[in-house]
Write a protein that binds this ligand. Structure first.
Ligand SMILES: Nc1ncnc2c1ncn2[C@@H]1O[C@H](COP(=O)(O)OP(=O)(O)OP(=O)(O)O)[C@@H](O)[C@H]1O
Ligand SMILES: [Mg+2]
Length: 243
């Protein structure tokens, strides 16, 4: 692998007595789509929180293009080009759709202001399938449309590395295909993507490589076909230890 965009080394997070993320090591290459998989509670969202700076690490480090980003404030990490969506959509309910997207540009890797920010927000809304809905209130939107707003808000900072936490969860089969096509288009724009996902169809069609966690620890790494046929992975998913 050439210089990885993102490297995790010994990344560990304790919550009191619980080791939620335990000595995680993995690299992500430029333009790669890496799936972060594992049963409920295995530490996937926490890992994204450690990469994005939403939570401080207990030990270990995260590097972006070989420079350490762990320990920096989350806003600085965003400005360096790492941005994420949340498992539970987090938007600003008092703002309309377009304003929510513009809010995402303020701390971006590429900062935009004024008319440029508004025009860019409308382009992003078109891209995620919300063309013409910029003036709507968030409360008027369907569930998938709120997810689209969140993705557009995340893209407004023009991230090099995009962290998606179950962005495809809860979509119907038609919406899922649209979502998969959209994520592919983001990869084709040159973005590097880490995808936390349970939807197997999405994992198989999107991921170049997968990292599988169980109880905070990496238990497998490889292509989707390799990891999904791995005995330890199957046991982790079928066993009740993490349920
Ligand atoms: N802020 C927190 N304080 C204490 N414990 C936490 C905190 N965040 C997560 N945990 C615990 O850390 C463990 C890993 O949680 P995490 O949310 O990372 O799992 P996950 O793999 O994303 O699960 P899911 O598939 O259900 O989203 C769980 O046991 C969870 O209860
Ligand atoms: Mg999670």
């Amino acid at each position: 692998m050439s210089t990885p965009v993102l490297s995790l080394r010994g990344v560990t997070k304790r919550f009191g007595g619980l080791v939620a993320v335990n000595a995680m090591d993995f690299d992500v290459a430029e333009r790669e789509v890496v799936g972060l998989l594992g049963p409920n509670g295995s530490g996937k969202s926490t890992t994204l929180n450690l990469i994005s700076g939403a939570l401080p690490l207990t030990s270990g480090h995260v590097s972006l293009w070989g420079s350490r980003i762990s320990g920096l404030p989350a806003q600085t990490i965003t400005r360096k080009g790492v941005s994420r969506t949340f498992q539970l959509v987090r938007l600003l309910p008092s703002m309309n759709v377009r304003e929510n997207v513009v809010a995402g540009a303020v701390f971006g890797h590429r900062r935009r202001w004024g008319q440029d920010a508004w025009d860019h927000a409308d382009q992003l809304l078109d891209k995620v399938g919300l063309g013409g809905k910029g003036d709507m209130a968030l409360g008027q939107l369907t569930y998938i449309d709120t997810k689209r707003v969140e993705l557009a808000r995340t893209l407004a900072s023009d991230p090099k590395v995009l962290l998606l936490d179950e962005w495809l969860a809860g979509l119907n089969p038609t919406e899922l295909q649209i979502g998969i096509t959209l994520i592919k288009s983001l990869r084709d724009e040159g973005r590097t993507i880490i995808l936390v996902e349970h939807v197997m169809d999405a994992i198989r069609s999107l991921c170049d490589r997968c990292v599988v966690m169980a109880s905070g620890t990496k238990i497998a790494e490889g292509t989707p076909t390799q990891v999904l046929s791995d005995k330890e992975v199957i046991r982790a998913y079928l066993g009740d230890d993490d349920a």
